[in-house]
Design a protein around this ligand. Structure first.
Ligand code: SF4
Length: 865
């Protein structure tokens, strides 16, 4: 405690109605002192006004605590109290007073921490909180420190105490380490009475987990690839982590684990690996590696120019939170800043910035990305995501350290991610951004830098050379303008070609000859203009090439910029390449309009870059097989020879859930019936289940119409409906769904997988239609064409297996733990009426299901619950 430093206080709660009886007393006490409230809400402001408080300053405690404790992550009141470990003994006052008292305790912790901060740092915060309420708070603390602790040393260096480091990195100590060499040791870990059962009291022996560990261990030893389908609850993560760590240590070969979702990546790195660290008889180094843009670049952030006026107050608060976070973070990973919008921040201050030149960077010793890379080089096991794996392929292995062993978890996502990552996409916004980097108003634009250098060159260069430079600098704005104009024209045309459709394949079947030619001409025109700009930059570069080292930095900047242009030039040129049939081009409109192209077939690329190169690659997921075969996934990704293993889930689906198919719901009737009947069924079943229902659609349009239909019945329906795209994006409404009671969640594509709501919050999943892709989806259309060419049937070879995998994913949303229970209902009876329907039913881990009309299904469900 800092006796005499903490101010005297009076607590009152704005939700206490008797407050106005003490108006005079409160006013007398506060006088012109400061008033601290947790959060500035409208109702607090009204009360303060009504009380006529003349407080000197009103502070928002939440704003202060976000700056002082930047790593806490969650700032909702109750969460904050928990995370700051605030406990009040014997406080028998009403809840409103308790909250006021807790607010004081939060503030007290802020006081105590700020008072220990160094003066230079507080001064920096004061400079960065210009225009924010919290500035006066830090000014006060600074005055107190000067008065109370005049002898406290002032830090003057600009280096950081917290250097980037991997928080789980361990120093290798080979002499003292004994690690088992035998394959049998790995298998024994999973047996009854083995290492896992001795170490974790909650460990349950699962023969399927042992089988998986065996397959993987043998895969490493024999250099054989494997595909493993391991349902939820098989303990698959530990099942592959122990064999991987054993192999990495035994052979000194790095193993890479690639997941699709950040959630799994973080679960492995922050939970599973530390757990194993405590029990395995050998030490190991692990690293979590993300793409460059995930790490903050100190240089971009700390050297950003411009006055605070250029930032909105939200941005100013975010900046000061980052400033404070930089003092504490050991990873520099934006993911730690869960309470601010990191998308914008990452774009501005990510390590993928074009000005990065480690050789010239004064922060390189504490650069988070460089450190993460270094640790990944040294690590035995590196956790990454699919995107990074594919970025490494795309950049010819410039992203990942050398590796020969790879485990791909959530492997059903590898193919779609590869199509996206190995492809090319361009939007008008991207074009405008790249032109802005060249000549935007910002002082850091390339043209501004060139003009600054020109002053130096003008003193040193002969006239002839100077004239060339002078003229080239004058030509750049006109060149950029013509690119902007042509880009606008091109994307306007793309928008009109799409005519309200969400996507369209660019081929002779979808577009008439005239439109195709017009489209190609517009791209050619843009390419010509990009070539002009490219040669202007070449001219500048060659003029300064012979110069001294002092111009290295600008040359480097030009090269980086040219490499961004080169990606666009290469992508657009490939679209025009009539000879190449290895890729498809399509137009897409989501939040903006895109021209996209991707390899027609990623299998040869993945085969060459992953499977042929590695000692062992294992693909693992809960949904990889179709009718007990892995041929579909293997063909998609180019895996030719492999061991396969299909492990059933350890859950007892027959006991834990009821699966129903509704007959004849949409029989031969139009969209209107589909909407009304779906809405009516969702209403009835969700009322039965008291909310806790997830409805999976295959079309955004149908989802929206069902939502509005339910809305029309709001008065007789007391459940809240959260729909994707109407009430927020996937993550926001999912979070809300988990926090609220009596709620229905409705979503399309991304909701069919990766939604993990264990326990009672989710008791019912409704699948409206079998999840077939539209045959008009560009990639499906292109692949179907190819299959037809080879005499194959696109429905059986492509659409059906793809839909079955997606169906299994949707089905898998319900039972997430062995204690979960609930109901899955399919409203589409093609699963039982059509021949192909068997593939869907056969793929489920159940032995029976109920079938009947809507009334009968609802009756069965109400009996079951
Ligand atoms: S080395 Fe590059 S990424 Fe790292 S801090 Fe310096 S400029 Fe930023």
């Amino acid at each position: 405690m800092n006796e005499g430093v903490l101010p005297k206080y009076l607590l009152f709660s704005s939700s206490d109605n008797s407050l106005f009886n003490y108006q005079t007393k409160i006013n007398d006490f506060i006088g012109s002192a400061d008033l601290y409230i947790f959060e500035e809400r409208e109702k607090d402001r009204v009360i303060i006004e009504k009380l006529g408080l003349q407080a000197h300053q009103i502070f928002c405690v939440k704003e202060i605590v976000m700056i002082v404790f930047p790593l806490i992550g969650k700032y909702e009141f109750e969460e904050l109290v928990k995370r700051l470990n605030i406990k009040l003994k014997n406080y028998n006052r009403p809840l409103s007073y308790l909250n006021a008292r807790l607010t004081w305790e939060i503030l007290k912790q802020c006081f105590e921490k700020t008072l220990k901060m160094e003066l230079t740092f507080i001064t920096k915060i004061i400079g960065n909180t210009e225009g924010l309420k919290s500035q006066a708070y830090f000014q006060k603390i600074s005055t107190i420190i000067v008065k109370k602790y005049p002898d406290r040393p002032i830090r003057t260096d600009s280096s950081f105490r917290k250097k980037a480091r991997n928080i789980f990195a361990q120093v290798k100590d080979e002499n003292t380490q004994q690690y088992p060499i035998l394959r049998e040791w790995v298998i024994s870990c999973f047996e009854e009475g083995g290492l896992l059962s001795k170490s974790f009291p909650s460990f349950e022996y699962r023969s399927i987990q042992t089988k998986m560990a065996k397959t993987l261990t043998d895969g490493f030893i024999q250099g054989v690839d494997s595909i493993i389908e391991a349902g939820t609850g098989t303990g698959k993560t530990i099942g592959y982590l122990i064999p991987s760590l054993w192999w990495a240590k035994k052979n000194g070969e790095k193993v890479i684990i690639a997941t699709h979702t950040i959630t799994l990546q973080e679960q492995i790195f922050f939970k599973d690996l530390p757990n194993l660290k405590g029990i395995l008889p050998f030490s190991f180094i692990t690293a979590l590696l993300k793409g460059r843009s995930n790490y903050i670049c100190r240089k971009s952030f700390l050297e950003q120019k411009g006055s605070y006026l250029q930032f909105s107050s939200r941005e100013r608060l975010e900046r000061v939170i980052i400033l404070s976070w930089l003092e504490e973070t050991e990873t520099g990973d934006f993911a730690e800043l869960t309470h601010i919008n990191i998308n914008d921040i990452a774009k501005r201050y990510g390590c993928d910035n074009r000005l990065c030149q480690p050789g010239d960077c004064q922060y390189r010793q504490s650069c988070y990305y460089l450190e993460a890379r270094k640790i990944a080089e040294e690590a035995d096991l590196v956790v990454i995501n699919h995107s990074l794996l594919l970025a490494d392929i795309k950049t010819k292995n410039r992203v990942l350290p050398e590796y020969y062993n790879l485990i791909i978890d959530e492997a059903h996502n590898l193919y779609p991610t590869a199509l996206r990552q190995l492809g090319f996409e361009l939007s008008l916004e991207q074009m405008l951004r790249i032109m802005d980097i060249l000549q935007g108003d910002d002082k850091t634009s390339l043209l501004s830098s060139l003009k600054r250098y020109y002053i130096t060159w003008s003193r040193a260069y002969p006239d002839s050379q100077l004239n060339v430079l002078d003229q080239t600098l004058k030509d750049i704005p006109a060149s950029a303008l013509s690119i902007v104009e042509q880009s606008k024209e091109l994307f306007k045309m793309v928008d009109s070609i799409l005519e309200g459709r969400s996507s369209l394949l660019v081929d002779e079947e979808s577009l008439d000859r005239y439109t195709l030619e017009y489209f190609s001409l517009a791209i050619e025109n843009l390419l010509n203009r990009l070539d002009v700009l490219n040669s202007l930059l070449d001219k500048i570069n060659s003029s300064i090439i012979a110069d001294s080292e002092q111009f290295d930095s600008i040359k480097h900047e030009i090269i980086r910029y040219k490499s961004e242009l080169a990606v666009i030039i290469e992508g657009l040129s490939a679209i025009l390449d009539k000879e190449s049939d290895s890729q498809i081009t399509y137009l897409e409109k989501t939040n903006t309009v895109y021209i996209k192209s991707c390899p027609f077939d990623v299998a040869p690329i993945l085969k060459e870059e992953i499977f042929s190169k590695n000692n062992c690659t294992a693909l693992i997921s809960a949904t990889l097989s179709v009718a007990d075969s892995f041929a579909y996934i293997a063909q998609d990704i180019g895996l030719e020879s492999y061991n396969s293993l299909k492990l059933d889930s350890s859950f007892n689906y027959d006991e834990q859930m009821l699966f129903c198919i509704v007959n004849n719901l949409f029989d031969g009737q139009g969209e209107d019936t589909l909407i009304t009947k779906t809405a009516s069924f969702v209403k009835e079943i969700s009322e039965l289940m008291q909310g806790r229902t997830l409805v999976l659609f295959t079309s955004h349009r149908v989802l929206r119409l069902v939502h509005y239909q339910l809305q029309r019945e709001w008065e007789s329906y007391d459940l809240e409906v959260l729909s994707q795209g109407i009430n927020g994006n996937r993550d926001t409404i999912l979070k809300e769904f988990m926090q609220k009671e009596r709620c229905v969640l409705m979503g399309t594509n991304t909701f069919w997988e990766g939604i993990d709501v264990p326990g009672d919050d989710l008791r019912c999943v409704v699948m409206v239609k079998l999840p077939f892709s539209s045959p008009e989806t560009p990639i499906i259309k292109a692949k179907s064409g190819l299959l037809k060419k080879h005499g194959k049937d696109p429905f059986n070879e492509l659409l059906l297996p793809e839909a079955v995998i997606r169906f299994k994913q949707g089905f898998g949303r319900l039972i997430r733990t062995k204690d979960d229970q609930g109901v899955v209902v399919l409203l589409d009876d093609r699963a039982v009426k059509k021949n192909y329907g068997r593939s869907f039913i056969k793929s489920l881990p159940i032995s029976s299901y109920f079938k009947g009309d809507a009334r009968m299904v609802l009756g069965e469900v109400s009996k079951w619950i």
